[in-house]
Design a protein around this ligand. Structure first.
Ligand SMILES: [Cu+2]
Length: 144
């Protein structure tokens, strides 16, 4: 009987832990490679969170400035702007891709060439205001 109670406790605790923890999965992360004089590039990926969270920031040792940008059409001109956050609704894949959201790496420390892995730390905040970070490695694809 005592044993039975204990297993209930463990199960209860595990349930609470799952409820509180938002897990974000990042797939197909890549960075557009650069040519030597180029100072900025974009990183792209698919993000999926188990809970409602927002992407609120990014950082990388590869660049001095890292921002989350959105590309939009302004008239017939493509323009990009920094956004404060990107909502990741629970269970929905949000694509960061050329022409849309991207992580902008500005003032690159050195050119990013094919075969490199660009480490990027993403910061998320959940509905309760709790912050979490996730480090990803984005594969550098050839410049084109
Ligand atoms: Cu940009």
């Amino acid at each position: 009987m005592k044993r039975h109670l204990k297993s209930w406790c463990v199960a209860g605790f595990a349930f609470v832990a799952v409820q509180a923890w938002a897990e974000v999965t990042v797939t197909q992360a890549w960075v557009r490679g650069t040519v030597p004089a180029q100072k900025a590039t974009g990183a792209f990926m698919n993000l999926k969170s188990s809970e409602d969270v927002k992407l609120v920031g990014a950082a990388s040792p590869s660049a001095k400035i890292v921002e989350v940008h959105e590309m939009t059409m302004s008239g017939n001109v493509m323009a990009m702007r920094a956004v404060d956050d990107v909502p990741l609704p629970a269970g929905k894949t949000v694509e960061f891709k050329p022409g849309g959201y991207h992580v902008m790496l500005v003032e690159l420390v050195k050119p990013l060439v094919k075969g490199d892995k660009g480490p990027i730390t993403l910061t998320f905040v959940d509905k309760g205001g709790k912050k979490s970070t996730l480090e990803i490695k984005a594969e550098v694809r050839p410049h084109n």
